[in-house]
Design a protein around this ligand. Structure first.
Ligand code: BGC
Ligand code: BGC
Length: 458
């Protein structure tokens, strides 16, 4: 398969973007995707360890058992970050390393790993930006219902408190959840990710309980004087035509993908879920007072994970309120995702228009491009990053308050159901030898960061 060529301006010449002073440059990863060492130092099993063992669940039976072996090689990885000149590094903490069964006793060796990681980041001059939950729920909690069980929200807040008490002296801002939309829909509605449940709309109590967990954790973090963010996967939704049926389908999809995960946190209410055929109380999950718990702590920043827009048509299958259709006539990444940089501008402007004063400052907490084959000099990824940074700068020029950009990802890593086939890294990883090789996009990003820094320091 050959890589699509994404045409951009001369992206091999690092440029500067017109971005606000203090804009932060970063890169992102997640625990199960890079750490490996799944049975070391008392880590308990997570839903992903169980899911990857199911025949056919992950392409070619790949697992995260070793991944990038970051658990042992983090000093080398931090050197790579230092070489980039990153301001910040977004990583996730594996809950099953901290509480192997998701509740009760804390595992000192698990805490010690993140202590070492955070200290080494600080020594390198890089601000740690941890995500407390990036999909690796302790399996013991899944056994009692996972996020379908309300208790999981309370267990999550306890775990967040443990982490804040241990690392809050060194980490100013925390992300509670990564992409509750993707976790709910892939993990609980479709079953293509762990925990592999296929409940369709009856998965949505898992969304509510994640949001409740976010609210409870956010309150605990705020009590300790820490900043709180939530990273949502957001997509501009385009109707396939101006027909009423396509417009209604697009509205239903926007409700599910975007509004359901952002309105409760920013506005204190759910959008009208009847467009999805879902009851207002989400099958009894929403109890009186829950929306206050979700909304009242507030957010110090909204993390935006953007990859592509979504085109929606009226359903051909009457069982669903929409159909996802391809966006033709644009390049696609190796993953088959449409490359539409101005979708990012539209998304950011829409957020401002939709939420107004209720919108906190934004940070792009993921954005990137995968390849399946190497090209010299890594041009599809450089073009993807360059055009999306243009789109970001455009939104900033139109007044959107955006404070940072964390590219996905620092390293090639375990790409969930795709195993090691999709490579998102600025750094190539040879999974047989664990050799890291910076790609041309690494050098490009390094030069871009340095061009901005020299301006900032003047
Ligand atoms: C949770 C408890 C929590 C209580 C607070 C319950 O749903 O399971 O852990 O203390 O709510 O109201
Ligand atoms: C997730 C990452 C994932 C990336 C690319 C996001 O949905 O947060 O874990 O690797 O997209 O698929």
């Amino acid at each position: 398969m050959s890589l699509p060529h994404i045409h951009a301006r001369e992206a091999d010449v690092p440029d500067r973007y017109d971005l606000p002073p203090g804009f932060r440059w970063g890169a992102a990863t997640a625990a199960y995707q890079i750490e490996g060492a799944v049975a070391e130092d008392g880590r308990g099993p997570s839903v992903w360890d169980a899911f990857v063992a199911r025949p056919g669940a992950v392409r070619d039976g790949h697992t995260g058992a070793v991944a990038c072996d970051h658990y042992h090689r983090y000093p080398e990885d931090i050197e790579l970050m230092r070489g980039l000149g990153l301001d910040g590094y977004r990583f996730s903490i594996a809950w099953p390393r901290i509480q192997p069964t998701g509740a009760g006793a804390v595992n000192p060796a698990g805490l010690a790993f993140y202590d070492r990681l955070v200290d080494a980041l600080l020594d390198a001059g890089i601000t740690p930006l941890p995500t407390l939950f990036h999909w690796d729920l302790p399996q013991a909690l899944e056994d009692t219902g996972g996020w379908l069980d309300r208790d999981t929200a309370y267990r999550f807040a306890e775990y967040a408190t443990v982490m804040a008490d241990r690392l809050g002296d060194r980490i100013p801002t925390w992300i509670t959840l990564n992409e509750p939309f993707v976790h709910t829909v892939f993990g609980y509605a479709l079953g293509t990710h762990a925990p592999g449940r296929a409940l369709m709309f009856e998965a949505l109590p898992a969304a509510h309980h994640q949001l409740l967990g976010h609210g409870l954790a956010a309150a605990a973090l705020h009590e300790r004087g820490l900043g709180v963010m939530l990273s949502n996967n957001l997509t501009p939704v385009e109707p396939a035509s101006a027909s009423d049926a396509d417009l209604a389908a697009a509205h239903a999809y926007d409700t599910l993908h975007n509004r359901l995960f952002t309105d409760p946190v920013l506005l204190g209410r759910y959008p009208d879920l009847s467009v999805l055929g879902v009851p207002d109380d989400i099958y009894g999950a929403v109890r009186p007072g829950d929306l206050e718990l979700i909304h009242t702590p507030g957010l110090d920043g909204l993390g935006v994970n953007y990859y592509n827009p979504t085109r929606i048509a009226a359903p051909t299958d009457p069982g669903l309120p929409f159909d996802l259709v391809d966006i033709p006539d644009v390049p696609h990444t190796a993953f088959g995702w449409p490359v539409v940089p101005d979708g990012l501008t539209r998304l950011l402007l829409d957020l401002r228009d939709t939420y107004g004063q209720a919108l906190p400052p934004l940070t792009i907490t993921e954005n990137g491009c995968s390849v399946t084959e190497e090209t010299d000099p890594d041009q599809p990824r450089i073009d993807y990053l360059a055009t999306h940074l243009d789109a970001l700068a455009q939104a900033a020029a139109e007044g959107v308050d955006v404070r940072g950009y964390y590219t996905w990802s620092l390293l090639d890593n375990f790409e969930w159901a795709e195993g090691y086939h999709q490579r998102f890294g600025l750094v190539h990883v040879d999974f047989a030898t664990q050799k890291r090789t910076p790609r041309a996009s690494y050098t490009w990003y390094r030069d871009l960061i340095s061009a901005h820094r020299s301006v900032r320091e003047r």
